[in-house]
Write a protein that binds this ligand. Structure first.
Ligand SMILES: Cc1cc2nc3c(=O)[nH]c(=O)nc-3n(C[C@H](O)[C@H](O)[C@H](O)COP(=O)(O)OP(=O)(O)OC[C@H]3O[C@@H](n4cnc5c(N)ncnc54)[C@H](O)[C@@H]3O)c2cc1C
Length: 372
């Protein structure tokens, strides 16, 4: 790309911080850095026309983990790790709400439900037995019982007659959240350049040489927030994970309200704009879904369609309006990677399915790493 003197001088010279990726983490990082260093020149580079990872593709659950998900986590993490992750989700969500405001997020505190299929009686009983224990475990964080048992008030079919209810769970409008975050970033005087892919970078004595598909430039510091795409730029202990979502056309008199989890969080659905949005099913085809390629897996789509027909809306007539996918990042454990890579480079990635809740906090933490 043949840059003009003006383009070079205004956009690509004397850059203090360059952030790769304009998802929730990248933009939050930019906002926190600007608060700390009001005079800093900050540049965000994004490969997509819009953010093209998970932040504009997700289901908008402002959640802390269903009871079965927490039980699953306790099998592979220590109690302290589970509590620390949970606290990060609570604090991160609070930070996001403070940063953008509930109106901009369209935050709705409808609560969250965990449903259990009729065939999963034993699993349901195990979860029921654990309600008290888990509430006690979480009480230092929430200062109240998180989970309670409620009856099948939305009349789903083929499930256990009771659900577990999480009074603290909410939902947001993902599009509104990201739109507000982009606006906030730009209003602070931070440049976002879209359709710009960072191909590689080299640390020099005093700065980092950043090489993109269009141009090269020097930046004093570099922050990588590329989540599922990170290994294309710098090898990390994570794998990409595709997740897909369907949304119905508006449904007259839709009564379902809240966020709903099934099967340790692998399936989920919610109401939005008189529609049902549902997604998940990655566990059906785990190896195939470890990809950075967007796309629809027909096997998973059929399962989601089957779920909505059989369990969620067995008596309603509905049509699917749209389907899409997004790319997340998972690893051997659920703990995000937030660290300084080199002298001038830091990284904040691997947010799993928790990015709404922890994304802004990870942005804050990674912005702290390069401050001396
Ligand atoms: C279908 C789906 C449903 C989900 N539901 C929920 C939910 O309900 N609740 C929840 O908490 N979480 C949910 N998540 C997870 C959540 O969306 C993610 O954890 C979060 O968005 C991650 O944010 P991020 O900023 O780390 O990554 P991303 O949003 O993926 O941002 C990374 C950005 O980096 C850009 N990029 C990558 N490589 C380069 C490069 N070399 N050069 C320039 N740019 C680059 C990408 O285009 C992307 O925009 C869901 C995810 C999906 C896919």
């Amino acid at each position: 790309m043949n840059l003009s003197y003006w383009e070079q001088k205004e956009w690509l010279s004397n850059i203090d911080f360059t952030i790769v990726g304009s998802g929730i983490v990248g933009l939050s990082t930019a906002v926190f850095l600007k608060k700390r260093f009001p005079k800093a020149k900050i540049l965000v580079l994004e490969k997509g026309i819009l953010p093209q990872g998970a932040s504009t593709k997700n289901a908008g659950f402002a959640c802390f983990g269903s009871l079965s998900e927490l039980l699953e986590d306790l099998k592979s993490h220590s109690v302290d790790e589970v509590l620390s992750l949970l606290k990060n989700r609570v604090d991160g969500l609070q930070l996001l709400r403070q940063m953008l405001g509930d109106k901009a997020l369209d935050y709705k505190p409808y609560g969250g439900y965990e449903l259990f299929l009729e065939k999963d009686q034993e699993f349901f009983n195990t979860c029921l037995e654990k309600v008290k224990e888990i509430n006690t475990l979480l009480s230092p964080v929430f200062k109240a019982d998180v989970f309670s048992v409620v009856s099948n008030k939305f009349h789903f079919k083929g499930i256990q007659p009771q659900y577990l209810f999480n009074q603290f769970e909410g939902q947001i409008d993902t599009g509104k959240m990201m739109h507000a975050l982009i606006q906030k970033t730009q209003n602070l005087g931070i440049s976002i350049l879209n359709s710009t892919t960072v191909d590689s970078f080299v640390e020099n004595t005093n700065s980092v040489l950043v090489k993109t598909n269009h141009f090269e430039f020097n930046s004093s510091k570099l922050i990588i927030t590329t989540n599922g795409f990170t290994n294309k730029l710098v090898q990390q202990d994570l794998k990409p994970a595709r997740a897909q979502v369907l949304i119905t056309k508006p449904i007259t008199n839709l009564k379902i309200k809240g966020t709903f989890h099934l099967d340790c969080g692998y399936y989920y659905f919610r109401n939005i704009d008189n529609r049902i949005l549902l997604g998940g099913g990655r566990n059906m085809d785990m190896d195939v879904e470890k990809t950075t390629q967007f796309g629809i897996n027909p096997k998973i789509k059929n399962k989601l369609l089957n779920d909505i027909n059989q369990f969620i809306l067995p008596k309603e007539k509905f049509n699917i309006e749209m389907e899409w996918s997004g790319i997340m990042a998972f690893g051997k454990n659920k703990i995000p990677i937030v660290r300084r890579e080199n002298q001038y480079t830091a990284i904040g990635v691997k947010l799993g399915g928790m990015g709404i809740a922890i994304g802004s906090l990870i942005g804050k933490k990674v912005s702290d790493l390069l401050i001396e």
